[in-house]
Design a protein around this ligand. Structure first.
Ligand SMILES: [Zn+2]
Length: 148
Protein backbone atom coordinates (compact mmCIF):
# COMPACT_ATOMS: atom_id res chain seq x y z
CA UNK A 1 0.00 0.00 0.00
CA UNK A 2 1.53 3.33 -0.99
CA UNK A 3 2.05 5.84 1.83
CA UNK A 4 -0.14 8.95 1.63
CA UNK A 5 -0.74 11.93 3.86
CA UNK A 6 -3.96 12.04 5.91
CA UNK A 7 -7.03 13.20 4.01
CA UNK A 8 -9.54 13.26 6.85
CA UNK A 9 -12.22 15.85 6.22
CA UNK A 10 -11.53 15.95 2.48
CA UNK A 11 -14.18 15.04 -0.07
CA UNK A 12 -13.45 12.70 -2.95
CA UNK A 13 -15.55 11.80 -5.98
CA UNK A 14 -13.75 8.75 -7.41
CA UNK A 15 -13.05 5.26 -6.12
CA UNK A 16 -11.60 1.98 -7.41
CA UNK A 17 -13.88 -0.94 -8.28
CA UNK A 18 -13.27 -4.42 -9.67
CA UNK A 19 -13.39 -4.87 -13.43
CA UNK A 20 -12.58 -7.58 -15.96
CA UNK A 21 -11.64 -4.94 -18.54
CA UNK A 22 -8.10 -5.45 -19.89
CA UNK A 23 -7.88 -8.86 -18.15
CA UNK A 24 -5.32 -11.06 -19.93
CA UNK A 25 -3.02 -8.24 -20.84
CA UNK A 26 -0.60 -9.78 -18.39
CA UNK A 27 -0.23 -13.53 -18.20
CA UNK A 28 -0.46 -13.27 -14.41
CA UNK A 29 -3.90 -11.57 -14.56
CA UNK A 30 -6.96 -12.80 -12.69
CA UNK A 31 -10.33 -11.40 -11.64
CA UNK A 32 -12.31 -13.44 -9.12
CA UNK A 33 -14.04 -10.36 -7.73
CA UNK A 34 -17.48 -9.14 -8.79
CA UNK A 35 -17.63 -6.48 -11.49
CA UNK A 36 -18.12 -3.08 -9.89
CA UNK A 37 -17.50 -3.93 -6.24
CA UNK A 38 -15.39 -1.63 -4.06
CA UNK A 39 -11.83 -2.77 -3.40
CA UNK A 40 -9.28 -2.74 -0.60
CA UNK A 41 -5.68 -3.88 -0.11
CA UNK A 42 -4.91 -7.53 0.70
CA UNK A 43 -2.45 -8.62 3.33
CA UNK A 44 0.92 -9.20 1.66
CA UNK A 45 3.22 -12.20 2.04
CA UNK A 46 6.87 -11.70 2.98
CA UNK A 47 9.31 -11.83 0.09
CA UNK A 48 6.60 -12.45 -2.47
CA UNK A 49 7.48 -12.00 -6.16
CA UNK A 50 5.32 -9.55 -8.11
CA UNK A 51 3.91 -12.21 -10.44
CA UNK A 52 3.92 -15.14 -8.01
CA UNK A 53 0.76 -17.32 -7.97
CA UNK A 54 -0.53 -15.79 -4.71
CA UNK A 55 -0.91 -12.38 -6.33
CA UNK A 56 -0.93 -10.31 -3.13
CA UNK A 57 1.41 -7.64 -4.55
CA UNK A 58 -0.56 -7.03 -7.74
CA UNK A 59 -4.18 -7.43 -6.63
CA UNK A 60 -6.90 -5.73 -4.61
CA UNK A 61 -9.85 -7.47 -2.91
CA UNK A 62 -13.57 -6.90 -3.32
CA UNK A 63 -15.39 -5.87 -0.13
CA UNK A 64 -18.42 -8.09 -0.90
CA UNK A 65 -16.88 -11.28 -2.27
CA UNK A 66 -13.49 -11.05 -0.52
CA UNK A 67 -12.04 -12.18 -3.83
CA UNK A 68 -9.12 -10.68 -5.68
CA UNK A 69 -8.60 -8.91 -8.99
CA UNK A 70 -5.57 -7.53 -10.82
CA UNK A 71 -7.63 -4.98 -12.77
CA UNK A 72 -9.41 -1.99 -11.26
CA UNK A 73 -11.56 0.73 -12.70
CA UNK A 74 -11.76 4.34 -11.56
CA UNK A 75 -15.43 5.33 -11.18
CA UNK A 76 -17.35 8.39 -10.05
CA UNK A 77 -19.20 7.65 -6.82
CA UNK A 78 -20.62 10.95 -5.64
CA UNK A 79 -19.11 12.75 -2.66
CA UNK A 80 -17.11 10.51 -0.33
CA UNK A 81 -14.96 11.10 2.72
CA UNK A 82 -12.12 8.94 4.00
CA UNK A 83 -14.36 8.02 6.95
CA UNK A 84 -17.09 6.78 4.61
CA UNK A 85 -14.66 4.67 2.62
CA UNK A 86 -13.06 3.29 5.81
CA UNK A 87 -16.50 2.24 7.06
CA UNK A 88 -17.20 0.46 3.78
CA UNK A 89 -14.04 -1.63 3.89
CA UNK A 90 -14.00 -2.25 7.65
CA UNK A 91 -16.28 -5.34 7.69
CA UNK A 92 -14.23 -6.98 4.94
CA UNK A 93 -10.97 -6.33 6.77
CA UNK A 94 -12.47 -7.77 9.97
CA UNK A 95 -13.48 -10.88 8.08
CA UNK A 96 -9.95 -11.40 6.85
CA UNK A 97 -8.74 -10.92 10.46
CA UNK A 98 -5.50 -9.24 9.53
CA UNK A 99 -3.28 -9.74 12.52
CA UNK A 100 -1.46 -6.45 13.02
CA UNK A 101 -0.11 -4.13 15.65
CA UNK A 102 -2.60 -1.47 14.62
CA UNK A 103 -6.33 -1.50 15.21
CA UNK A 104 -8.60 -2.66 12.40
CA UNK A 105 -10.15 0.82 12.37
CA UNK A 106 -6.76 2.47 11.84
CA UNK A 107 -5.92 0.06 9.01
CA UNK A 108 -9.26 0.81 7.35
CA UNK A 109 -8.57 4.57 7.56
CA UNK A 110 -5.10 4.20 6.06
CA UNK A 111 -6.43 2.02 3.27
CA UNK A 112 -9.27 4.45 2.58
CA UNK A 113 -6.82 7.35 2.32
CA UNK A 114 -4.62 5.42 -0.11
CA UNK A 115 -7.55 4.19 -2.24
CA UNK A 116 -9.21 7.60 -2.58
CA UNK A 117 -5.89 9.28 -3.28
CA UNK A 118 -5.04 6.82 -6.06
CA UNK A 119 -8.50 7.00 -7.66
CA UNK A 120 -8.39 10.80 -7.48
CA UNK A 121 -5.33 10.94 -9.72
CA UNK A 122 -7.14 9.42 -12.73
CA UNK A 123 -10.15 10.15 -14.88
CA UNK A 124 -13.29 8.10 -14.42
CA UNK A 125 -13.16 5.08 -16.73
CA UNK A 126 -9.42 4.58 -16.38
CA UNK A 127 -8.35 0.95 -15.90
CA UNK A 128 -5.46 0.46 -13.49
CA UNK A 129 -3.15 -2.34 -12.46
CA UNK A 130 -1.04 -2.60 -9.35
CA UNK A 131 2.67 -3.42 -9.17
CA UNK A 132 3.44 -3.44 -5.47
CA UNK A 133 3.08 0.14 -4.25
CA UNK A 134 2.76 1.51 -7.79
CA UNK A 135 -0.47 1.85 -9.70
CA UNK A 136 -0.24 2.03 -13.49
CA UNK A 137 -2.76 3.00 -16.12
CA UNK A 138 -3.77 0.34 -18.61
CA UNK A 139 -6.28 2.18 -20.71
CA UNK A 140 -8.26 5.33 -20.52
CA UNK A 141 -11.60 6.06 -22.05
CA UNK A 142 -11.81 9.58 -23.31
CA UNK A 143 -15.11 10.01 -25.09
CA UNK A 144 -14.87 12.96 -27.42
CA UNK A 145 -11.37 14.00 -26.41
CA UNK A 146 -8.02 13.59 -28.04
CA UNK A 147 -5.38 11.31 -26.62
CA UNK A 148 -2.63 13.11 -24.75
ZN1 LIG B 1 1.22 -13.43 -1.35
Amino acid sequence: MPPVKPYLGWFFSKILVATTETQGRRRSDFCHAKEGELLYFPKECEGEDMDAPCGCKRSLIGIETNKTTTTFKVVENGSMTVDWCAEMILPAIKELSLEAQESIERIALKQAEALLHIAGRYRAGTILERRGERFLRRTERRPGTKAR
